[in-house]
Design a binder for this molecule. Sequence first.
Ligand code: BGC
Length: 781
Amino acid sequence: MKGFQVAPWELRWNSLDLPALERTESIFALSNGHIGMRGSLEEGEPTGLPGTYLNGFYEQHALPYAEGGYGYPEDGQTVVNVTDGKIVRLLVQDEPLDMRYGRALEHHRVLDFRSGTLRRDTVWESPTGRRVRVTTERLVSFTQRAVAAIRYEVEPLDGGVQLVVQSDLLANEPIESQSKDPRVAATLNSPLVAEDAAASDYRAVLVHHTRKSGLRVAAAMDHELDTDDGLRCEIHAEDDLARLTAAVDVPAGSRLRMTKYVGYGWSARRSAPALRAQVDAALAGAMQTGWQGLADEQRRFLDDFWATADVEIDGDDELQQAVRFALFHVLQAGARGESRAIPAKGLTGPGYDGHSFWDTETFVLPVLTYTVPEAARDALRWRHGTLDKARERADALGLRGAAFPWRSINGAECSAYWPAGTGAFHVSADVSDAVVRYLAATDDVDFERDNAVDVLVETARLWTSLGHHDLHGGFRIDGVTGPDEYSAVVDNNVYTNLMAQRNLREAAAVCDRQPEAAEALGVTADEQQAWREAAEKMVIPYDDMLGVHPQSERFTEHARWDFEHTPEEKYPLLLHYPYFDLYRKQVVKQADLVMAMYTRGDHFTPEQKARNVDYYEPLTVRDSSLSACVQAVLAAEVGYLDLAYDYFAEAALTDLHDLHSNVRNGLHIASLAGAWTVAVAGFGGMRDHDGALAFAPRLPAALRRLAFRMTYRESRFAVAVDQDGASYELLAGPTLTVRHFGDEVTLTDGSPRRLAIPALEKRDPPSQPHGRAPRRRTPKH
Ligand code: BGC
């Protein structure tokens, strides 16, 4: 069978399928949030888009402007494909194993969500008819964050044979990429300058640095070879290549087994010898643990994760698999980032130049907050660590406080397109919202004192200097861009204003709780009062005639986009129409007002939500993968459960079905996180306004049961929903009170509470723009 095979805990791909190689490299990428390795074949060729990334490691380049302007960022940053440590080449009696030649009699690869490894099983017949079985398993360790390991085995199937294995570290791999698509990374040719190379015994190390960003990287490998006698080994290292060559005669019935350990380290400050020492130490630790030890640690780490984070779906096996795949990759993106950003593509590909966006705080961190809170804390510490850059940016823009960048690797703004970059000030409120959510979910007082106050205060200052009180007394935020990138530089974007409102209130509240930290920032009682007043008077436009919220002032007065005459192949619109025309029409790239109704659902009445959903659905084209999950959540809330189910499938299958035709450049981590969001906030109806957890679960007709787990403060609990009711069960920790359709439910040890689900009033769902309806989902088993 071609394509991915449906199974609950793994993703299996049968056959080679060369045209799909780049796509499967992203999908089979392994990462721990620090190291990322695309799922390339060990032998290096054929390859689609080779890639090994270290979180935070980038090269700098000048941003080209045909026409510059004051305050435009001068430098861009692009993630670098660092030294490739995955490569293991094989010669079978002189013939290189290359799947484009000879015959692959068997070939499959499996990404295993419980073992956290990528396995491969290939039976290859060389052009001259010699058959070997090659089995490999690789991991990027969750427990030893500087380490990756590969278990490589070859078994001759037609009597004894001579095998030669070459295990490489390879820097500056050539990459082909020419594209006008802005979502594709800038091409960097040979970004690494060689500094040091050494090899002895089975170990080698290469040290390089980048030309402009001045970052240094060391990669080292060591090996264990387990074979019969007669092994002959050589190792050497030169600038961009280190290679261990092992030759051996393998008799019939025997096999060659090699374990390759790879260690990585990078630094902006440390010397080459210091980095060498660091990777040497990482390898020593890994080899002391051994392959089996690393594999056992990996499984234990994942057992813990699934015990807190699993989502079970009965009634659609493909979605069950997709949701676990999604959670696995979200974990991989964030698990061990440790005060580094979580990029929009994680570490699965070079797309968007490896930048982080609001995707992290708004989509990814809610998942991590309720499943792996330490990872959410670490990602927020990264933002906190970039405060100085955000302060400088605010200053350059003539503003107070901190303006977090729209896109960045190191915290400095890298967006060369200010209307949808600098203009998207909401990112600062998104960061503060993630801080507030994390605090409510964990009661982490150290974080509150050491990190949260700084972020909330400086972002609140941004809002009071960016907005102003008009003569009617309202507080306006003019000239900004909301989440919908098909509108820009608008006045009073509802999403931005509501998020800023919460930001201002929470800043005032945290200063009451942490007076010393607030004083250190020079916060006065008057300033707190000014924040509260701005929040109180925040302008939230409303169209009385239509009875809906315009997503920003005057939006509902614009001409509608001519959806009927826009052919399907002209999507995404940004690649086929000028922004000037998109900006002046009613056409929505991605949930914006609808997003506001999720994150600030406390501001809207149920009737307003229903009317707004009906208004915005026919205008929203979902040219961003960040949209379907949010539309699903609101569709579920207002009662369009089957539509929500269609969107659920779209969000969860974005990458597995390559719905945006760009998975080659990396996975859409926010959309994967969105799959969790639909399960938990959509069909589970979870909301966390004001730090209290509330649920309003309801399933679409196709699903028999949905169950999910969460961690909140010291407690872990499970929610299971079927067509008639929902049950809540405390799994560990102290008693916890949540809400079920508004009623308080106290969860105590050992006694699940089952509650009925109120009947739903049926209404007909709205339609989508011509040709843009989500695919109707029929459950797949
Ligand atoms: C979306 C942004 C998003 C970015 C990175 C864009 O297409 O419009 O909202 O942050 O992609 O995922």
